[in-house]
Design a protein around this ligand. Sequence first.
Ligand code: PMV
Length: 360
Amino acid sequence: MNEQQFISSDFSILSQPLSVGWQSPSNIALIKYWGKTGIQIPKNASLSFTLSQCATDTSIVFSPLSKPTRSVDFVLIFDKKKNTDFRPKMIDFFERISDYCPYLRHYHLEICSSNSFPHSSGIASSASAMSALALCIMELEQHQQPAMSELYFKQKASFLARLGSGSACRSIEGPLVGWGTHPRITNSSDLYGVVHSDSVHPIFASYRDTVLLVDRGQKEVSSTLGHNLMNGHPFSEQRFLQAQDNLAELVTALAEGDVNTFVRIVELEALTLHAMMMTSDPSFVLMKPNTLHIIQAVRVYRKETGIPLCFTLDAGANVHLLYPNENAEKVMDWIENEWASYCQNHQYIHDRVGNGAKKM
Ligand code: PMV
């Protein structure tokens, strides 16, 4: 697939309003995407677990207009209230996808959205929000072109989501999604995410992710700024090569059920992401003291119990704890007894690997 194939040129505008809805999950990268070129083309391939509890619900009513507008005509209701804060980001998104979805200018869009996880929790919501939005748009496109294949539907949904927020392209399906060209991910592409379809050991199919909300504040550095800091970064070229190698090694570990290699690579990826930010100019330290406390305790806990608990981080202070389902009871007790007090307002979210977005 190339970009041209996602241009919708043959469509017929519906005569009646259409109401659609999708619930789309967040995802957590095991191999991190950090650094891009052009419009969200990744500098290295990434691989993520799709989550299930942390999700965005979006519904859209598309009402046909008598004549097309110059830009997409929409209103956004977020958490039951009319929202203007996200409007600039949405305007940019609609502008970016306008060549691929020219039919959107023939409708008024009433978009209602809400997140299942606490608002301003510090959990990145752009992946779930942008993928839910892209899926709603694709459902309209499918009504206009009923012969569309399921493969095209998913690929274009991921392609559109990527134009909103790179990592969002990994939220359409699950449980493991790769994005970015890589020899170890079958049919991989820089344009959209694909399900990692090679054999994966059953231990990883039911993995748990508990997100410890260490800091609920606003993101200190936007992802756009963060990605840009990789341009001209003294270590970036080496980092992009390292990510490709780490992904290859992780794919083997996933197939073999090698949890020790999984732990090593996943933690290395998280710390490298932060190391890149700490060594950029300007530099950013996005961990908080409690992030480090938790990281150190995870390593001690692993040594003492033999349970392959590991951590990963996004571009912020919150910690994702990853562990096999069979260890869930013990790890959850430990979290509740030891770590709840380190989280802001005692907040953490128990999540698990999921299979992707659902139609509502
Ligand atoms: O999708 P963006 O542009 O917000 O970038 C997200 C990057 C990380 O979350 C830090 C890593 C990743 O691969 O998800």
